[in-house]
Design a protein around this ligand. Sequence first.
Ligand code: HEM
Length: 554
Amino acid sequence: MILHASSEGVAPIRQSSPVRIIGDGRAETTPQAVALPVFRSDFCSVTKTMRDRIPGYRRISRLPKQLFHINPFDGDIVPSRVPLIAPRSGRPTQPFPHRWNFHDPIQILETYFWNADAEDGTGRHNRYLDVPGFAPVFVTRDPGLIRSIATATGDREGQFDRDTLPSVGIARATGTDTLLYSNGAEWKKQRRIAACPFGKTTLFQPERFGEFSQTFRVTVGDRVDVLRQHLRQSGKQAVEMRLEPEVKVVMLEMLANNFFGAEIGYRELRERFVPALERVIDHIVSDTVKNRLGIPWRRFPSWNQRITNAKQDDAAFEELTQLVLAPRCEGRALWNQFKSAAPDEKLVSNLKVFLAGALEATTSYATWAISHLARNPDAQERVYEEVKDIDVYTPEVLAEASYLRAVLDETLRLTPSLYFLPRRATTDTWVKANDGRRLMIPDGTHLLLDVWHANRHEDHWGVQQSGYPAIAFEPDRWRVLAESGRSSKEILHFGFGHGPRVCPGKHLGELEVGLTVGALVKTFRFESAQTENPARAGVSTKPADGTQVRMSLR
Ligand code: HEM
């Protein structure tokens, strides 16, 4: 196996011996490697040198197998090959993003699993694309494998990287020295500095939490009052509105003012910063696919209105970042938890990622929850019964609101904000699924951990597994799962990722979304005329209708 792996010309990047990544993310040298040390290490150092020195070496060494359609993966899990072109197959689109399909990335993932349900073997949930001249792409919707790969992502020898390819647009807009974009030792350093203020222990310290929930409640309460007045002034029993724009402003306000201690007025957030950020995020998505040469065209002279507008949006994003950075010198809000001597300018890129990323993810999470509740009046009433007497959200109160908790878990399961997790193999890597089956992923492979389709598949979340159809919004499934005695490791929805690169903003996000959804349900009844709830996806997913609901006061 090792000979075979080495003969692919795929020597490791971070270490000089092949490693096997086992299910829990630990890396260990394979017994074979110990058995063939001299030949192997000589051979590897030769291939490593060749790969590093000869441009395109890896690409060329892959070609023979690619041209003869030989599966580059090995082990008990055998992924099925997806053809690049499949005329008359009926599949929704091509299995790669291009100018005409990048607006519907979920459909691209769906293409990988076209007709896969007809298969019984391991190819049912594992697929790959291998185009001559390019690195293989591996897509999995198997939760056990997603867990193993996410667990084995990090800075240790032989671990997977987060694939930077899908975030080149983000990096061009924010800078590359960020927690999201970096890998290896740099990522570890960024994580140490930047993740602490978001952690549960920091946020949920009684004193700190009291301060927060107070400011969060005032913010959410003020916005709910504005909506309430709007409804009263209309003189009608109910009004139709798109809630997404309202939710976005609340989310940015909580992050910028309550968390980072800035003092930005509601109007400015709503009329200037939120629209500018929306356009920057839209640009990030198209820039990732269309700007193949990586030319930062926003830095061009303002030849036309589009470039002028884009520059204004960039300037607004920069100004917002400076406004949230300014309270740092006074140690206001959560800034006193950033244990870093790094000068302000070193934090700018990360702050931009926090602002844009958190705005996207929290808006997605909250709007999906509202959208599901608008289509499930019984679930909405049950949440109301739970929150109607809650005035102060303490960690204990939040923990007791078990049905709200189930609604939020079910939201992230059925409609995860981040619909796939991108990874890259840094060497030939063995992974082991829950049931002991193994898979060798060749060096350089792009991995798409397809959380969206894993969470919606009957094999993993269906009637037999959780008591309800996988495709239905059913918060009660979480009670069934809890009573089934299955370990929490077996019932992961990956809504915040998993393993070392799990979302550092998880607790902050849960708090923000829990408060917003709780306050809305407590004050209003909302319903949707549609039963279908389709998604639109870019950096994150959101309800396609902009969370259009009919609202009335309780
Ligand atoms: C509440 C909604 C949120 C959701 C659903 C969410 C989801 C996620 C997911 C799934 C990942 C893992 C990505 C991967 O493994 O490739 C992630 C990572 C990340 N999230 Fe969040 N997130 C949310 C809120 C936030 C907030 C509020 C912040 C910060 C203010 C934040 C900052 C980050 C960062 C910096 C990473 C990269 C971490 C690393 O690579 O070490 N997120 N998020």
